[in-house]
Ligand binder design. Structure first.
Ligand code: COA
Length: 453
C-alpha cells in the first residue's frame, strides 16, 4: 500500500537502483543470448568456500541463454596430493614438469574437481538461487594434446600443449543446452594423458568455437585481499593484444598465472577472438559486473583498440560533420550548421578510433519536463552492426538518468524500428515538451518515439 508521505510514483521509480540496474543490463542480456563464452578459473576457485556463489552466477549466465564452456585448473588440489606423497610440482621457466607421480595426482585432482563442479551445478534446492534449475554438464576428451617435449635440455615429461580441440563435439554439447566442462587434461592419439594449463585449454576452446568472449577469472596473490584489486593494480583496464609481449617483458612483477592468461588471451585475439577479459574472481559479482555493465570491472584484451566513449570537444566538430553530412544529405538527419554544432558541442558524445569518429549522439534536456531529446544518433557506415549504436544508446540513457531525466524521445523518419527494438514507444507530438512542439517540422513529418527510463 502506498504511504501518503511517499514521493510521487515517477520520482520513486527514477531512484530505484534495482530497477535501474535491470534496465541498464537489458541490452547486454539481449546481446549475450545465444553467444558462446569460455570461462576459465583455477582450482583455487573450487577450493574457496564461496565457490557456490560463483556457480550461481554461472548458472544465471546459462539461464540467460549464454552457451558456456567452463575450463578449470586444479593446481592446489594437485599440490595437496603431491605433498601427501612427499613430493612437489617442479617448475622450470614457469612451466611445470609432470613426472609419473605428478601425473597420477593430476588425474585424481581433475576427477575430484570435476565432480565438485558437477555437484554444484546440479543443486536445485528450493531455497537456493538454483531453485528449479537443472543444468546438464558434459565433460570429455575434447582436447587432443602433444607433449611439450624437451626444451633447453629439460624434459617436461607429461606436461603437454593443446594440439586440437574437438569443435564439433563441443558444439553439439552446447547445442543441447548443456554446459561443457573441460579439465586441464588432453589426450594423445597414442593414448597418453597430458597435463595442460587451463589457460591453454581455454584459449584452444575459444578459438575452436569462435567464442564471443574468453574470460579468465584471476586469483589474488597470497596475502593480498580482493580490495587491493591486483589485476587492475598492475594492468590497465584495456590492453591490446600486440602490447602484451612488451608488457610482460617489462613487468617482472606480473604473477606467472596472470602472465599465462595474458599470453593465452593475446594468442586468442590473434586468432580472431574479439574480447578477452581478466576478471578478479574474489570480487563478489565481478563476472556479472564485467558482462552486464558498460564499464566492466576487470581488464579487457582486444585485438583492436577499445574505443573510448567520451564527451565531444570543439575540435571534434569537423569529424562529427563528416559523419553527419551524408545522413543529412540523405534526409535521415536534420541539417545542422557548423556554427550550431560548435555552440551545442557539449551536448554530444562520441566514440573515436585512431582519430576517426565512429559514432556520435547528442542529448538535449528539457529539464522542466524531465525529458530529453536524443538526436544525431549516427554510426559510421563501416562500423555499423557491431553494437556501437547499442553501446552509445546505453551510455546516453545513463547520462540522462544522472540528469534526473525520466523519459527520452527521438524524432525519426527512417530508424523507427531500431529505436522500437530498444524500448522506445510511438507517441504523439503532444507528448513532447511544449518548447519542442513549437519547433516541430510538419513538412518533415518525423515520428515521435519515447522511452521511459
Ligand atoms: C541506427 C544506427 C545508429 C545503428 O547503429 P549500429 O551500430 O549499426 O547498431 P547496432 O550494431 O547496435 O545494431 C545493429 C542492428 O540494428 C539494425 N538496424 C540498423 N539500422 C536500422 C534501421 N534503420 N531500422 C531498423 N533496424 C536497423 C541492424 O539491422 C542490426 O540488426 P541485426 O543485428 O538484427 O541485423 C546506424 O545504423 C546509423 O547510424 N544509421 C544512420 C543514422 C540514423 O538512422 N540515425 C537515427 C536518426 S533518428
Amino acid at each position: 500500500m502506498s504511504n501518503p508521505s511517499d514521493p510521487p510514483y515517477e520520482t520513486t521509480r527514477a531512484h530505484d537502483p534495482f530497477v535501474e540496474w535491470v534496465r541498464q543490463a537489458t541490452p547486454y542480456i539481449h546481446a549475450h543470448r545465444g553467444r558462446t563464452f569460455v570461462i576459465a578459473f583455477g582450482g583455487e576457485a573450487v577450493a574457496d568456500p564461496r565457490f557456490p556463489d560463483l556457480v550461481h552466477d554461472i548458472a544465471l549466465l546459462h539461464g540467460l541463454g549464454i552457451r558456456l564452456v567452463l575450463v578449470h585448473g586444479a593446481r592446489p588440489q594437485i599440490e595437496a596430493r603431491l605433498s601427501g606423497r612427499g613430493a612437489e610440482l617442479r617448475y622450470v621457466n614457469g612451466l611445470r614438469i609432470t613426472d609419473e607421480t605428478a601425473l597420477a595426482c593430476v588425474k585424481e585432482a581433475a576427477g575430484v574437481v570435476r565432480v565438485e563442479i558437477e555437484a554444484l551445478l546440479s543443486l536445485g534446492l528450493a531455497n537456493s538461487p538454483m531453485a528449479g534449475v537443472r543444468i546438464p554438464v558434459v565433460s570429455g576428451n575434447f582436447v587432443t594434446a602433444r607433449p611439450l617435449g624437451v626444451i633447453d635440455g629439460v624434459d617436461y615429461a607429461h606436461t603437454g600443449a593443446v594440439r586440437r580441440v574437438d569443435r564439433q563435439t563441443l558444439r553439439a554439447v552446447l547445442d543441447q543446452g548443456a554446459v561443457a566442462l573441460m579439465p586441464p587434461l588432453g589426450y594423445s592419439p597414442t593414448g597418453e594423458v597430458f597435463n595442460l594449463s587451463a589457460a591453454d585449454v581455454a584459449r584452444g576452446a575459444a578459438v575452436a568455437l569462435g567464442a564471443e568472449k574468453l574470460i579468465f577469472l584471476t586469483e589474488d596473490p597470497e596475502g593480498q585481499t580482493a580490495a587491493a584489486d591486483q589485476t587492475r593494480g598492475i594492468l590497465a583496464p584495456n590492453l591490446l593484444a600486440r602490447e602484451i609481449d612488451g608488457l610482460l617483458a617489462g613487468s617482472p612483477e606480473i604473477p606467472e598465472d596472470i602472465a599465462q592468461y595474458l599470453r593465452a588471451g593475446a594468442e586468442a585475439c590473434r586468432n580472431g577472438i574479439r574480447r578477452v577479459h581478466l576478471v578478479q574472481r574474489s570480487r563478489s559479482g565481478a563476472l556479472l559486473r564485467e558482462l552486464f555493465t558498460p564499464d566492466g570491472s576487470g581488464t579487457l584484451i582486444s585485438a583492436e583498440p577499445y574505443e573510448d566513449l567520451r564527451p565531444a570537444r570543439v575540435d571534434d566538430v569537423t569529424g562529427i560533420l563528416e559523419l553527419l553530412r551524408p545522413l543529412e544529405d540523405g534526409g535521415v538527419l536534420v541539417r545542422r550548421s557548423r556554427e550550431r554544432l560548435e555552440t551545442e558541442i557539449d551536448r554530444f558524445f562520441l566514440t573515436e578510433r585512431d582519430g576517426l569518429i565512429t559514432a556520435c549522439a547528442a542529448l538535449y534536456p528539457y529539464a522542466s519536463d524531465a525529458m530529453a531529446e536524443l538526436a544525431c544518433v549516427a554510426v559510421h557506415p563501416e562500423y555499423r552492426g557491431t553494437g556501437r549504436g547499442d553501446r552509445l544508446l546505453v551510455h546516453m540513457e545513463a547520462i540522462a538518468r544522472t540528469m534526473r531525466i525520466g523519459r527520452v524521445f527521438v524524432l525519426t523518419t527512417q530508424t523507427a524500428h531500431w529505436f522500437r527494438e530498444r524500448g522506445f514507444e510511438p507517441a504523439s507530438i503532444d507528448a513532447l515538451p511544449m518548447q519542442r512542439q513549437a519547433l516541430y517540422n510538419f513538412q518533415r513529418n518525423s515520428q515521435v518515439y519515447i522511452k521511459t527510463l
